[in-house]
Design a protein around this ligand. Structure first.
Ligand code: THU
Length: 159
């Protein structure tokens, strides 16, 4: 038997250590939590994406009384970007969460369904999408969605 080890690099950073563009993206994601519609979970997630051309777009989680019909902030944001700028690659995505009266101390990471959508987006444009996950104590930076989703389904397996 062989064992395959899969390792990823996660940078653990303080806000002050980020580049100015990354700080700006986090600021937009934090601001976007205000447009979250989360009356059921009270978990307000904001996301911001920077496109290849420098444009920044944002979105937030939108819940629904039929719970599974709601959508996470990441997918709202990435689908919005794809709909409005179908020819421009998304390059960096920032996520922040406001819950219980404050931003979370530790970052949250995208759910599996969002990772699946994001990895397809990465393949569609052939460009890495870096991820910035904001927490008050520290920020995670991952260089691409592939790293967040090892052994992902590959559409090339479709026959
Ligand atoms: N949520 C997001 O928007 N992004 C995540 O990465 C995790 C969870 C939303 C879905 C739901 O509206 C609420 O947070 C609680 O799960």
């Amino acid at each position: 038997m062989q064992t395959k080890k899969i390792e990823i690099d996660v940078e653990v950073l303080q806000y002050e250590e980020l580049t100015a563009p990354d700080r700006e993206l986090i600021d937009v994601a934090k601001e976007a939590t205000k447009s979250s519609f989360a009356p059921y979970s009270r978990f307000n997630v904001g996301a911001a994406v920077r496109l290849e051309n420098g444009v920044i777009l944002h979105g937030s989680n939108q819940e629904n009384s039929a719970y599974p019909s709601g959508l996470c902030a990441e997918r709202v944001t990435i689908f919005y970007a794809n709909a409005h700028y179908p020819d421009i690659a998304p390059r960096t995505l920032a996520i922040a969460t406001f819950a219980g009266g404050d931003f979370l101390s530790d970052p949250i990471t995208p759910c599996g369904a969002c990772r699946q959508v994001l990895i397809d987006c990465e393949k569609r444009y052939g460009k890495d999408i870096a991820v910035l996950l904001f927490g008050k104590k520290y920020i995670y930076k991952v260089k691409c969605i592939r790293d967040l989703m090892p052994l992902a389904f590959d559409e090339e397996s479709l026959v």
